[in-house]
Unconditional design. Structure first.
Length: 181
């Protein structure tokens, strides 16, 4: 009975993986043989492009709406790539030029109204504050002075306490020896 459940679950997962999604529709460009997803991206959003019927393994897609040209890669006649829509573009129709091998294709796609605020970059865009070497000790604040270890005051306090303990042990030993003898 367990293998039937596993088979059923695997089948449902496979069907869900290949089912079209309602939240990411695809728009087919006019006369270009490629698609842009989502179908109506807004300024600042990420887009994916799929080019079919290409005999090469690489290609490029160029549009004034893209932050950077899309580098297309793939196999079996289908190339894919990603870019981001510029935050400064206005809603409207934009031309896309796709180069696949020696052939050029042209088409259009539509940028919708609205904006998306890009998430934080995944790589640092500014230097990371870090010390190191000889500068690390000079960057410690007064609150971090405890990291330097005991100073002269600690040493004197320790010697006074050790001396008091030694005197107490000596006095106790002297009293015991007088009491037994």
């Amino acid at each position: 009975m367990g293998s039937v459940k596993i088979t059923l679950c695997a089948g449902l997962l496979a069907a869900a993986a290949f089912a079209p999604t309602a939240y990411a529709p695809t728009a087919y460009a006019q006369d270009g043989g490629f698609s842009v997803s989502p179908s109506s991206p807004v300024p600042g959003s990420d887009v994916s492009m799929r080019v079919s019927d290409c005999t090469e393994k690489t290609g490029t897609a160029v549009s004034a709406a893209f932050v950077a040209d899309i580098r297309l890669t793939g196999t079996d006649g289908t190339l894919v790539g990603e870019s981001r829509i510029r935050t400064t573009v206005s809603a409207g129709t934009f031309e896309v030029k796709v180069r696949c091998g020696g052939a050029d294709r042209k088409g259009t796609f539509t940028v919708g109204h609205g904006t998306v605020h890009p998430s934080a970059p995944s790589t640092p865009v500014a230097p990371v504050h870090a010390g190191g070497g000889g500068t690390a000790r000079h960057q410690l604040s007064a609150a971090d002075a405890r990291l330097d270890g005991p100073g002269t005051a600690h040493a004197v306090t320790g010697l006074v306490l050790a001396g008091a303990a030694a005197v107490a042990v000596a006095l106790r030993s002297a009293r015991r020896s007088r009491g037994t003898g």
